[in-house]
Design a protein around this ligand. Structure first.
Ligand SMILES: [Zn+2]
Length: 226
């Protein structure tokens, strides 16, 4: 069902954040089952801004600054949304290739290589707009702060998050909620101690898949088919 994970229509204000990293939650702003091109929860710039604040990529105060800028300049808002969608789809392809190194499944290494070129371009643009800020705390640190241009703040933070997950996360812990077994195809970081998490959310995907298997077994028993 379009726009639904549990039978109830969802909008971006209630979209579960189960990725364990904002960049994985970004990938999960689109339905990822079969067929792979499902409903896009980032329907417009305002949905993007709402999601960015929920995911912690921008503060409420930053979102309040970006909103009027996008309202006054719809072309800039459209460009920002297009940039975020491009980063999202590129990141999805790279992660699929990374977690399926045997080349099986939807992760194609050549496609992933092209996606990395696109991600690098987006990140380079974001880095060009970033600033170095001296934080005189204890200990003092120099921080690289992305998002100095309000119209591009959201796509720049998204590019930063995408690079962060690719470069610093343990990619052996990135899992895909198993589509073949009734899961939704969303990606998440498995932070369980023994690395055994299989479902994006047991309460939804895991339970739904279990119920479906039970129904199929009962049907098979009734009709006598194995
Ligand atoms: Zn799932």
């Amino acid at each position: 069902m379009r726009g639904s994970l549990t039978g109830m229509p969802l909008d971006v204000s209630r979209l579960p954040l189960v990725g364990g990293h904002p960049a994985l939650d970004l990938v999960n702003t689109r339905e990822r089952g079969a067929p792979p091109d499902g409903h896009d929860f980032l329907t417009d710039a305002s949905a993007l801004l709402l999601w960015s604040a929920r995911a912690g990529l921008v503060s409420e105060e930053e979102a309040d600054r970006v909103g009027p800028v996008w309202r006054d300049d719809p072309a800039a808002a459209h460009a920002a949304l297009a940039a975020v969608r491009e980063v999202r789809e590129g990141l999805h392809l790279v992660l699929l290739a990374a977690i399926q190194p045997d080349g099986r499944g939807p992760g194609d290494p050549v496609v992933a290589g092209a996606a990395l070129v696109g991600l690098h371009e987006r990140w380079a643009g974001a880095a060009a707009r970033a600033t170095l800020v001296l934080d005189r705390g204890d200990p003092p640190r120099v921080r690289l702060t992305y998002g100095t241009v309000p119209a591009m703040l959201v796509p720049d933070r998204v590019a930063e998050a995408a690079l962060d997950v690719l470069r610093t996360a343990d990619l052996t812990r990135v899992r895909r909620c198993p589509v073949a077994e009734g899961g939704c195809g969303w990606l998440f970081l498995d932070q369980s101690r023994n690395g055994s998490r299989r479902w994006c959310r047991m309460a939804d995907c895991g339970t739904t898949a279990k119920a479906r298997r039970l129904t199929e077994r009962r049907r098979a028993t009734r009709t006598g088919t194995p």
